[in-house]
Design a protein around this ligand. Structure first.
Ligand code: NAP
Length: 259
């Protein structure tokens, strides 16, 4: 039997808001595999949640991080350098678009809404990868995993500017994979089927998306958190060592459907 043992490895997980967050599902499975983790919280509103969740992990590091703030990004990697001295894995599970822009047809997206959506949801991956690179080099390489959605590939009603941001994120995965590959740093995305989380509830018509997905996906069900987390674990483990620049669909097969 193959078991995944990541003891001695360290990871940074960005995007925990509460116990339903995909980032938290991934943090739990990485910790179960033995990885020591740093978790971040976006603001004081979320700090208590994240500290409470982190307290269930062995020896966690908990740090503030708004991904639009370069000084906070620098501070996070400085703290990880001081505490861990290396980094093996980075989970990027962050996205945001102003609600008023999500509610509009894409053609009506404001300049500011576009800028914010792309900054938080796509540029942040490059900014975090840049910060992670020296610490991953200390480890002899690393694995970066981000979360995306099918609305980047096809038009999904209500996803609007976030679909465009996810398309930029997926292109960033390929460019970053090529930049960082010589340092043995791999960069991949998981394209997740719909999950009931805080961010998802901001998408207009999300409950209908969930119902439609359950009825139509080849597996006739929605994806389970452990399935997403397990894919992230695989990508962060030696089992995924030959994979980079990919978008892996974990969506019960939904993306293969035509009519
Ligand atoms: P979630 O629990 O709400 O997580 C999203 C996280 O992003 C929150 O912690 C949020 O904090 C954080 N965030 C937003 N702006 C930020 C900023 N400027 N700096 C730092 N953090 C910021 O929702 P989730 O569904 O797990 O989302 C995680 C990722 O999975 C996202 O990239 C999402 O697009 C992707 N995804 C989700 C689904 C789904 O159906 N749920 C499907 C496919 C892909 P706040 O709560 O303070 O905004």
């Amino acid at each position: 039997m193959v078991t995944i043992d990541l003891s001695g490895h360290t990871g940074l997980v960005v995007g925990v808001a509460d116990k339903h967050s995909i980032a938290w599902g991934i943090a739990q499975i990485l910790s179960e595999a033995g990885m020591r983790l740093a978790l971040t919280y976006q603001n004081e509103r979320l700090e208590r949640n994240v500290r409470e969740l982190a307290s269930t992990l062995p020896d966690p590091l908990v740090l503030p991080l708004d991904v639009t703030d370069d000084r906070q990004i620098d501070a996070v990697f400085e703290a990880i350098g001081n505490q861990f001295g290396r980094l093996d894995c980075l989970i990027h599970a962050v996205a945001f678009a102003p609600r008023e822009d999500l509610m509009k047809d894409y053609v009506e997206t404001s300049r500011d809404g576009y800028r914010i959506a792309l900054d938080v949801s796509a540029y942040s991956l490059a900014a975090l990868a840049r910060g992670a690179r020296p610490l991953m080099k200390e480890s002899g390489g690393g694995s970066i995993v981000t979360l995306t959605y099918y609305g980047s590939e096809k038009v999904v009603a209500g996803y609007n500017v976030m679909g465009v941001a996810k398309a930029a994120l997926e292109a960033s995965v390929r460019y970053l994979a090529n930049d960082l590959g010589p340092d043995n740093i791999r960069v991949n995305a998981i394209s997740a089927g719909p999950m009931k989380t805080l961010a998802a509830r901001g998408i207009p018509g999300f409950m209908n998306m969930l119902k439609y997905h359950e009825e139509k996906a080849p597996l006739r069900r929605r994806v389970d958190m452990r399935e997403l987390a397990g894919t992230a674990l695989f990508l962060c483990s030696p089992l995924g060592s030959g994979i980079t620049g990919e978008v892996i669909h974990v969506d019960c097969g939904y993306n293969i459907l035509g009519l």
